[in-house]
Structure formats: C-alpha cells, structure tokens
Design a protein around this ligand. Structure first.
Ligand code: SAH
Ligand code: F3S
Length: 446
C-alpha cells in the first residue's frame, strides 16, 4: 500500500521549488500520496529556513508538536531538510532525537534512499553534490499557469550578515539545455508565466558553444518559447545588474515591468560593513538605467534595520533612499545575528525597542508607497494573467498584474486560465484590486 507524505515549507521561493521537487522525487520512487495535514501522514518532511533566528525557532517548535504525533504512531518518519539541516547537521538529533533523517537543500534527490537507510540508522546527508541534484531532478508537472524554474543554486557573495553561502554553498549555474527543456515541458502543460529562481539569479553564467551564457540570454530564449507570455526572476543582486540584463527590458516584452532588487540599506557605511560591494549612488544609477530601458518599471526591495552599530543618521539615509526610489511592495527585517557569519562578531549595541521602532517607521513608509501605487492603478487598464478562481466562493476569477497584484473580476470560464487579458481596475483594496474585463477580444466563446 502507498505511503502518505506531508511536506511543510518554510522561507523563500527556492524552498517552495525544492519542496515541489522533493515530492516529485518521492513520487517517482514509489507509491506516494501527498496529504495536507501532518496527522494523516506516514512521512513528514520539514523543508526549513535559517535566514533569521525566528525562522529557525519556528522549526524547533514544529518539531516539538510532531514529537507528540510520533509518540502515538512510532512508525511515523520525520525528516528535516533545507538550510537549518545544513547549518545544524546532527545537532538536530540532540534537540529532537525522534527525527529520523536529515538532508540538505542539495541532497533532496537522495531522500528516498535516506528514508530507506533510516530504518536501520539515523540518516544524515547535508553535502553539496549540486550537479547531481540538477541531473537527478525529474521534469516537473505544472500546477496551474505559473511555475518556478531553478536556474542556479547557492551564493558566492558572502554578505557579512547572511547564512546562505554556508547553507547552500557557492553559486553553481544549471546547464541551459536543462532549463530550456523544463520551460518547454511546463509550457506544453499550459504554463504561461515562468519565474526563474535562485539565491542570486543574475550571477548566472554557463558555457555554451564557446561563449558564456548569462541571465539575459536565458530570458531572450525563454521569451521565444511558444506559450510563455511572462518572465520574472528572483532574487538578484545589484552588483550583477549588468547592462546586457538591463537592455533585455528594451527588447523582451515578456519580461515583466517589475523587479525585486534587494538594497538592504541606504547608508554607504552600512553597505560597506554588510559587504554588499555597491554604493547608494551605484544602486541609484542602476534604477535610473532600468527606468530608461523600461519606463514605468516598478522596483521592490529587501531592507535590514538595526545592523550592528547602525546609527540613527544611517537609518535616516535608508528612509531617504525609500523616498527617492519610491519602492513598490517590499520586505524589511530586523537584523538577526547568524552563527558563523562575520557580522555576528560585531558588537550589537542597538536595543530591541529601538530596532522595532525603526522597522515600524520603515514598514509604514513602504506600505504608503505600495498603497499609493495601487490607488494609481484605479481607472487604468492592466494586462493580467488569469491565475484561477477567486479565493471566495463566488463567481469571480483572479488574475495578476505585471507588478504582481491580485485582481478579482466578475467572470467564470476556465478556458481563459493562463491567458493574458485586459482588465479595467475599478478599486484598490488593502491587499488586492477589483476590476472588470475591459476587452472581450482574447476571450473564447463559452
Ligand atoms: N539573494 C538575496 C538575499 C536572500 S535572503 C540578495 O541579493 O540580497 C532574503 C533577505 O533576507 C535578504 O535580502 C535580507 O534582507 C534578509 N536577511 C538575510 N540575512 C539576514 C539576517 N541575518 N538578518 C535579517 N535579515 C536578513
Ligand atoms: Fe545572502 Fe548576500 Fe547572497 S544576502 S543570499 S549572501 S547576496
């Protein structure tokens, strides 16, 4: 009889992609059925994140809850994968001895084998056989009109605060043919929007026919694949925002007018301490070039407040940068010391209430720009990708604008799933937009 598998995912899109691949690897190795609650499962896998302390602690609390399930069902297998697994390794067994297997982001293809081994011993594999991972991943099955495609793994930037280079290893780019095969296969199954994912996608570099292929080349080829209407990519680093990539915004219409480009801070002193290797000025220069290549492009970002010894004046420079660039929906975090990173050695003299105040001020400001952009969309016509039915059980459907806002509109015809249609925006709500179909031109008759 088949086994029931429950996978819980924490953290970034890379982890979402990895969880989907883990499921596919498991299904290709035996009779596996995915279930949506841990109580129903024979095997539970946690795909973890260790980017901030909070994310890590969440994993240990979840393990505490799962322990109870295992007490009732000793045959239950519990596995910990992802970045906490690499960082903590066998230490996880000390805090949670009921865990059966530990695997890293680069060894998820070995999970069926590790599960087998765990019948005899506690199984651990957190090595970095990254080429093997790319080679062994099965071709994915589509789940709707949008899909992630991994183009590279790891990061070699070693920002002073970040744990990723230690948990996912250095940058390794995936062979272009594998990427194009995956995109083509997804397109055949009705996917029209591809998001290239990786820790640092614009550092992509792979030799092909005597030259080095870059992200801009992947974008150009993908744009010409039949059925692909939209291309996104995340996350990118300002240092690798090269002219060829900026130029792609001029000649690849499938590339959306929206870019997530983490800046972290508006202060040059802090950027140097973070080892980001760009300045506030060079970041602004990139933004200017992007606007010239693609007028109206929206930029979102990541910010860290309360980096060790960040002064009030340095924080003001971040606020000032937000007012200059007017970022769209962004993420901001309180600095969290990560074991083994250089920043964790710097004395952190800012009190938590002060950090929280800075975060609150920054988030309120970011929020106001996000709302302003949504409001600006009222009355405009937006090309939207139809992604599904509205979450509420009514007769509405859901789409996404280029800047990734959810739009609900009155209509029900599953034939338009995955197509781009023009929607007139009637109202901007707090977390979504409301609109109606502007032109019936692309809509097949029912
Ligand atoms: N590759 C991305 C970063 C991935 S991590 C880049 O180019 O920057 C996602 C975000 O988490 C980072 O952008 C950063 O804002 C935040 N982050 C990473 N390490 C952190 C830490 N130690 N404390 C707080 N936030 C952190
Ligand atoms: Fe982390 Fe910096 Fe890489 S934030 S993922 S080390 S670009």
């Amino acid at each position: 009889m088949g086994k029931k598998l429950y996978i819980k995912t924490y953290g970034c899109q890379m982890n979402e992609y990895d969880s989907k691949m883990t499921l596919e690897v498991m299904q290709s190795s035996g009779d596996i059925q995915e279930v949506s609650t841990p109580e129903d499962a024979d095997i539970i896998l946690l795909n973890t994140c260790s980017i901030r302390e909070k994310a890590e602690e969440k994993v240990y609390s979840e393990l505490g809850r799962l322990h109870k399930l295992k007490q009732h069902n000793p045959k239950l297998k519990i596995g910990v994968g992802g970045c906490v697994a690499t960082q903590e390794g066998e230490n996880i067994f000390k805090r949670a001895p009921y865990v059966d297997l530990i695997y890293g982001p680069q060894t998820l293809q070995r999970v069926p084998q590790l599960l087998e081994e765990s019948n005899k011993i506690k199984a651990v594999d957190v090595s970095f056989p990254i080429e093997e991972k790319f080679d062994l991943l099965p071709l994915p099955t589509a789940e709707g009109p949008t899909a992630f495609v991994s183009i590279m793994e790891g990061c070699s930037k070693y920002c002073s605060f970040c744990v990723v280079p230690y948990t996912r290893g250095d940058e390794v780019s995936r062979a272009p043919q594998q990427i194009f095969d995956e995109v083509a296969r997804l397109a055949e199954q009705g996917v029209s929007e591809i998001t290239f994912v990786g820790q640092n996608v614009n550092a992509y570099e792979h030799p092909l026919d005597g030259r080095l292929l870059r992200l801009s080349d992947l974008i150009e080829v993908t744009g010409s694949i039949n059925g692909i209407e939209r291309i996104r990519y995340t996350t990118s680093h300002p240092l690798d925002m090269t002219d060829d990539l900026i130029e792609a915004y001029k000649y690849v219409p499938e590339l959306v007018s929206h870019l997530h480009l983490p800046v972290q801070s508006g202060s040059n002193e802090i950027l140097t301490k973070m080892k980001r290797n760009y300045s506030r000025e060079s970041y602004l220069e990139i933004i200017e070039k992007l606007h010239a290549a693609r007028p109206g492009i929206k930029i979102s970002s990541d910010f860290i407040v309360g980096f060790p010894q960040e002064t009030e004046a340095q924080f003001r420079e971040t606020i000032d940068l937000v007012n200059t660039v007017k970022f769209d929906a962004s993420f901001s975090f309180i600095y969290s010391a990560r074991p083994g990173t250089p920043a964790a050695m710097i004395e952190d003299d800012i009190k938590l209430p002060e950090k929280k105040e800075r975060l609150y001020e920054l988030q309120s400001l970011l929020d106001s720009y996000q709302k302003e952009y949504s409001k600006d969309l009222e009355g405009s016509v937006q090309r939207c990708l139809v992604t599904g039915l509205s979450k509420k059980a009514d007769s509405r459907m859901q789409g996404r604008t280029e800047c990734n806002r959810v739009v609900n509109f009155d209509f029900q015809n599953t034939q338009i799933l995955g197509t781009l249609i023009d929607i007139k925006i009637d109202k901007a709500l707090a977390h979504s937009l409301q609109g109606h179909i502007f032109s019936q031109e692309h809509i097949p008759p029912t």
